[in-house]
Design a protein around this ligand. Structure first.
Ligand code: HEM
Ligand SMILES: CC(C)=CCC/C(C)=C/CC/C(C)=C/COP(=O)(O)OP(=O)(O)O
Length: 305
C-alpha cells in the first residue's frame, strides 16, 4: 500500500519537475520564435524545404532559444521575485535551483548548437549563438538596466529567427530574410511597451528603466503609435519587393491597419485594460502576418495562379 502511494507521489514529483523545466524555457514565446524561423525556412525556397534542414533547423533553433530563455530567468531571478507577473517562475518559487537550471540550460544549448553545427550548417549555428548571447547576455545582463532603448536594441535578438531559418535552408542570408527581420524588429516596441504601460509600477519598483518609467505613459503611447505607423509601412515591404503577392498584401493591410486602430485608441482614448488588449493583439498580429506570408507563398503554386 505504502509503496503504491510513494509511486503516485513520485509521478507527481516527476510531472511537477517537467513542468518547472518547461516553464524555465518561456515555452509560448519560444513557440512563436520557432514558428517565425520555420516561415523563414519555407520562404527561402520556391519548392519544398529539405526535410533534414527543416527538422534539425527547427530543433536546433528551438533548443537554443529555450536555453537563452532559461539563462535569462537565472540572471533575472531576483527582479522576477519582486514582480507579480514573474513571481511564479520556478527559480523564484524554489522549485528549481541555480545548479539544476544551469545544467539544463547548458545541456539543451549544447545539444542545439551541435545539431545546427553538424546537421544543418555552420553559418546557422554561429548566427544562432550570436542571437543567444545577444538576448541572454547583452540584453539581460546589460541593456535591460542600462537604457530605456533596451528592448529596441535587444529586439534584434528576437527578430533574428527568420534569418536563422533562411540560413538553415540556403546557407546564406538573403535581403528578403532581412525584411522578415525588420518586421519583427519594428513590431517589438509596440509589443513590449503596451505591456510595460500596464506594468510600469512593477518595473519602477525593481529599478528597471523601461520607457514608461523613465519617460512617462503619454510619451510611451506616442512611441507605440509611431512604431505602429512604421510597422504598417514595413509590413508592405514583402509585397513592394516582389517577395509576396496580393493575398499577403491584403492580409498585411488589414492586420497592420487593425494594429493602428489599437495604437490610435491607446494614444487618444486610453481606457483601463486597453494597453493589455493591445499587447494581446500584438501576439496575434505576429502569428497572423507570418501565417499570411506562408500561405501567400504556397497558395499560388497549389492553385496554379
Ligand atoms: C526584446 C524583445 C522582446 C521583449 C522585451 C518581450 C517582452 C515580453 C514580455 C515581458 C512578455 C511577458 C508577458 C507576460 O508575462 O504576461 C512577453 C510575452 C510574449 N512575447 Fe514577447 N518580447 C520580446 C520579443 C518577442 C518575440 C521576438 C516574440 C516571438 C516571435 C515574442 C512573443 C511573445 C509571446 C508569444 C508572449 C506571450 C507569452 C505568454 O503568454 O506567456 N516576444 N513578451
Ligand atoms: C534563437 C534564439 C537563441 C533566440 C533567443 C531570443 C529570445 C528567446 C527572445 C525572447 C524575447 C523575450 C521574451 C524578451 C523578454 O525578456 P524580459 O527579460 O524582458 O522579459 P521577462 O520580464 O518576462 O523575463
Amino acid at each position: 500500500m505504502s509503496s503504491s502511494w510513494s509511486a503516485v507521489a513520485d509521478r507527481q514529483t516527476l510531472s511537477q519537475r517537467l513542468t518547472d523545466y518547461y516553464e524555465l524555457c518561456k515555452p509560448r514565446v519560444v513557440l512563436l520564435i520557432v514558428f517565425t524561423a520555420m516561415v523563414g525556412m519555407f520562404l527561402a525556397t520556391p519548392g519544398m524545404v529539405p526535410l533534414d534542414a527543416f527538422l534539425f533547423g527547427t530543433l536546433g533553433i528551438g533548443l537554443m532559444a529555450a536555453s537563452a530563455a532559461a539563462v535569462n530567468q537565472m540572471l533575472d531571478r531576483k527582479a522576477d521575485g519582486r514582480m507579480a507577473r514573474t513571481r511564479g517562475r520556478p527559480l523564484v518559487t524554489g522549485n528549481l535551483d541555480m545548479a539544476q537550471s544551469a545544467r539544463f540550460a547548458a545541456a539543451i544549448g549544447a545539444l542545439g548548437m551541435a545539431t545546427l553545427l553538424f546537421l544543418v550548417n555552420p553559418l546557422t549555428a554561429w548566427l544562432t549563438l550570436v542571437t543567444l548571447i545577444g538576448y541572454a547576455g547583452i540584453y539581460t545582463v546589460y541593456l535591460k538596466r542600462a537604457t530605456p532603448q533596451n528592448i529596441v536594441i535587444g529586439g534584434a535578438a528576437g527578430a533574428a529567427p527568420p534569418v536563422l531559418g533562411w540560413a538553415a535552408v540556403t546557407g546564406s542570408v538573403h535581403p528578403h530574410a532581412l525584411i522578415l527581420f525588420l518586421i519583427i524588429f519594428i513590431w517589438t516596441p509596440p509589443h513590449f511597451w503596451a505591456l510595460a504601460i500596464e506594468r510600469h509600477r512593477e518595473y519602477a519598483e525593481v529599478d528597471i528603466p523601461m520607457l514608461p518609467v523613465t519617460h512617462g505613459l503619454e510619451y510611451t503611447r506616442t512611441q507605440v503609435l509611431l512604431y505602429t505607423v512604421l510597422l504598417f509601412l514595413v509590413s508592405l515591404l514583402p509585397f513592394a519587393t516582389g517577395m509576396s503577392g496580393p493575398l499577403y498584401l491584403l492580409s498585411a493591410v488589414l492586420l497592420s491597419g487593425w494594429f493602428l486602430v489599437y495604437a490610435v485608441r491607446l494614444k487618444y482614448v486610453p481606457k483601463p485594460g486597453l494597453a493589455m488588449r493591445t499587447f494581446g493583439y500584438s501576439i496575434l498580429y505576429l502569428m497572423a502576418i507570418f501565417t499570411a506570408l506562408l500561405v501567400d507563398h504556397y497558395v499560388p503554386a497549389v492553385f496554379g495562379i
